[in-house]
Write a protein that binds this ligand. Structure first.
Ligand code: GUN
Length: 290
């Protein structure tokens, strides 16, 4: 079994992005600039956004964090989105999800200008990605593709089982994997799937993105399979200062000995998601910067 080191790959790609920023600056162009909107004080969202801001610093991007309280109205948030759409200094921006219940997330996503939508959540980007046109691709699926490529794990003709059908991970992941070049045979499983264990046992590669800690057990996995764990549920822990730790969707200790490759949590997919966001921001910056 080989551990897939997402942090190592992410650091390598960050180094390449930093070099590209240097080139832009040497050409007299401006740094790429990512903005993030964070509403409220959800612990997970705070951590993710802090990591994104730090990653921007590491590669030499500018970043702007706009924070709002939970009681911000939908109209006010939409106004803030529009200000970022219109701000020529901002190359791309994200609205960290989830949003408070009184705000329609889809409406906010659709308000983001598709050429600044570096999360790749806008229907224009999703649609372009589905038909194989150049688009901003959702960060986690794009990061998983980079991770598989880095470890030379071929998906050609392989049976990939994607667990989960979310708009952010499962659905775009399944589309990317079936595209020309990736050439996988993809099965998407979800909460209504029958005979799940029989299906996962035929998988050469399992992408676990259902958000249920330790859902994938050894009896669900074929010997020699590749396991990509997207889960990041916070569970209470007495082992850490913070009082919580991240748990993946895979029961790591019993599954790891059976596989050829596996991603740990943390340190697997997570760092790659942030790097994909940086890549999208660099791409947005290059398109906009003159
Ligand atoms: N919440 C969980 N993952 C993400 C992400 O990739 N982007 C945004 N905007 N919110 C998230």
């Amino acid at each position: 079994m080989e551990l897939i080191d997402g942090k190592k790959v992410a650091d390598h790609i960050k180094g390449e992005i930093a070099k590209e920023v240097e080139i832009l600056l040497n050409e007299g162009k401006k740094k790429p600039h990512l903005a993030a909107i964070l509403v409220g004080h959800d612990g997970g969202s705070e951590t993710y956004v802090a990591h994104k801001v730090k990653a921007c610093e590491q590669v030499g991007f500018d970043s702007t964090l706009l924070r709002f309280e939970d009681d911000i109205t939908e109209a006010e948030l939409l106004k803030q989105v529009d200000l970022l759409n219109l701000n020529p200094d901002i190359d791309g921006f994200i609205v960290q999800l989830p949003l408070p219940k009184h705000i329609d997330e889809q409406k906010v996503i659709e308000a983001i200008s598709s050429d600044k939508d570096v999360d790749g959540f806008h229907p224009v980007n999703v649609g372009k990605m589905v038909i194989g046109l150049d688009a901003f691709v959702s960060a986690t699926p794009a990061g998983i593709v980079d991770l598989l490529n880095f470890y030379k794990i071929s998906t050609k003709g392989k049976h990939v089982v994607v667990l989960g059908r979310s708009n952010i991970v499962g659905r775009p992941m399944s589309v990317l994997l079936s595209q020309k070049g990736m050439d996988a045979t993809v099965t998407v499983c979800h909460s209504r799937t029958e005979n799940l264990k029989e299906i996962t046992n035929t998988a050469d590669i399992i992408i676990a993105a259902i958000g249920i800690p330790e859902f994938v057990t050894a009896d669900m996995v074929k010997t020699g399979a590749v396991i990509v764990d997207v889960g990041t549920t916070r569970v209470a822990s007495t082992e850490t200062k913070s009082g919580w730790k991240l748990k993946g969707d895979v029961k790591f200790d019993e599954v790891a000995p059976k596989c050829s490759f596996i991603t740990p949590v943390p340190g697997g997919v997570g760092p790659m998601t942030i790097v994909s966001l940086l890549k999208n921001t660099l791409k947005a910056g290059k398109k906009r910067v003159k």
